[in-house]
Ligand binder design. Structure first.
Ligand code: CMP
Length: 138
């Protein structure tokens, strides 16, 4: 079993899509082993996305992620990292395949509804950035 880190982003929380996204996760075989609602500060968002700090979109991205409540998740499944990225679809919803979360819910490349770790190394960092061991119940 593998764990990945996911975020239901402000654009999706604002549109009351938490339940629909969790339903898609669970019906696709993920177990929600940790979950909390949070309002990120810009500083917390900057720390989370530090790998992108040189990118031109960094300021917009971190401002957006601090613009409203999010839901933070640890999802467990076989091959959870790839499986969640497949379910999310391409970063830009214009490129996302039919049946993916971003095809169905994302508004644009920034307001793209969900985040998921892109590697085992980043999943470990991202999970520990937001959750303590006692908050993860496997
Ligand atoms: P996410 O998977 O959370 O990881 C980094 C985020 O940066 C990405 O989703 C996008 O929402 C956001 N982003 C904004 N603009 C761009 C861009 N031009 N290219 C890639 N990612 C972008």
């Amino acid at each position: 079993m593998e764990s990945t880190f996911a975020i239901i982003k402000p654009d999706a929380v604002e549109r009351n899509l938490i339940g629909k996204i969790l339903e898609r996760a669970e019906s696709s075989g993920f177990e929600v082993v940790a979950m909390k609602r949070a309002r990120l500060t810009t500083e917390v968002a900057e720390g989370f996305y530090y790998v992108h700090k040189e990118r031109p979109f960094f300021k917009d991205l971190t401002t957006f992620m601090a613009s409203g409540p999010v839901v933070l998740l640890v999802l467990q499944a076989e091959n959870a990292i790839k499986k969640w990225r497949d379910l999310m679809g391409a970063t830009n919803p214009k490129d996302a395949a039919e049946g993916t979360l971003r095809k169905d819910f994302a508004l644009d490349i920034e307001r793209n509804s969900v985040h998921g770790s892109d590697s085992a190394e980043n999943a470990a960092f991202e999970i520990s950035y937001f959750f303590s061991q006692t908050e993860i119940v496997r």
